[in-house]
Design a protein around this ligand. Structure first.
Ligand SMILES: CC(=O)[C@@H](O)[C@H](O)COP(=O)(O)O
Ligand SMILES: NCC(=O)COP(=O)(O)O
Length: 237
């Protein structure tokens, strides 16, 4: 079964636009769970332009499903994750000023850095995931680093889907098979949507978790949050 983890960054972006607490990020997270989400994802960035470190601390005790914290492993991020102890940490190689994630790790060149982090988080009882592209060598080095899972960066799939979905999915199926062979769990995310999710799942039904934020929150403007989450879950059946 593929779990749906809702990324609530964009809810925080909306809240931050006015400085108050509307929409209430904690309430939205709980509502996502009540409407069927099997996890909540946050990606705090150094400038706190959407999810703030304080949100992450406040969410931990109230969530009932899987909590996934994504981000670049700066000292502040590592300290936050070790304090919060989520179910899963996903390491992403983003620069501090990046608009959004745009690539996976070079796990070969960062092997010792990542290995040390896998040990640190593993010893704290936190499941680890490394954000990677479909280059199978990068997946092999994620396994060498000791990651429990990899998260495949799905933007290239999403952007190619409309032109040629068979060609778009092919490298992801290959990467997913290699991940399975190496004994790691498999997550996926970035630009997954109601348009492209069902086909992704149909071709790689053994994905453990997809984390979806931007498109899902956009869809909720039209469909409402409950119906939107139901529709995304329908794509994963
Ligand atoms: C790793 C990944 O693909 C997502 O976490 C994405 O970067 C969401 O972050 P933003 O909401 O800042 O775009
Ligand atoms: N890990 C991907 C994620 O959390 C959400 O990405 P997106 O759906 O906002 O592109």
């Amino acid at each position: 079964m593929t779990k749906l983890s809702v990324n609530i960054n964009k809810v925080a972006t909306l809240r931050n636009a006015r400085g108050g607490n509307n929409p209430d990020v904690e309430k939205v997270a709980l509502d996502c769970e009540a409407f069927g989400a099997e996890g909540i994802t946050v990606h705090p960035r150094p400038d706190e332009r959407h999810i703030r470190y304080a949100d992450v601390l406040a969410l931990r005790p109230i969530l009932r499903t899987e909590f996934n914290i994504e981000g670049y492993p700066s000292k502040e991020f590592i300290d936050l994750v070790l304090k919060v102890k989520p179910h899963q940490v996903t390491l992403v190689p983003d620069a501090p000023d990046q608009i959004t994630s745009n690539s996976g790790w070079d796990t070969k060149n960062n092997l010792s850095f990542l290995t040390e982090l896998m040990d640190t988080f593993g010893e704290a009882g936190i499941r680890t995931s490394i954000f990677v592209g479909t280059d199978t060598e990068m997946i092999e080095y994620a396994a060498k680093a000791g990651a429990d899972r990899v998260e495949l960066y799905t933007e290239p799939y999403a952007s190619q889907y409309g032109k040629n979905r068979e060609a778009a999915i092919a490298p992801f199926v290959e990467a997913a098979k290699v991940t399975r062979k190496l004994g790691m769990g498999l997550n996926a995310g970035h630009d997954l949507s109601l348009e492209n999710l069902a086909y992704f799942h149909e071709n790689i039904p053994w994905v453990d978790e997809v984390s979806i934020g931007h498109a899902l929150i956009c869809d909720a403007l039209y469909l409402g949050l409950k119906k939107t989450i139901e529709e995304y879950k329908n794509c994963l059946r």
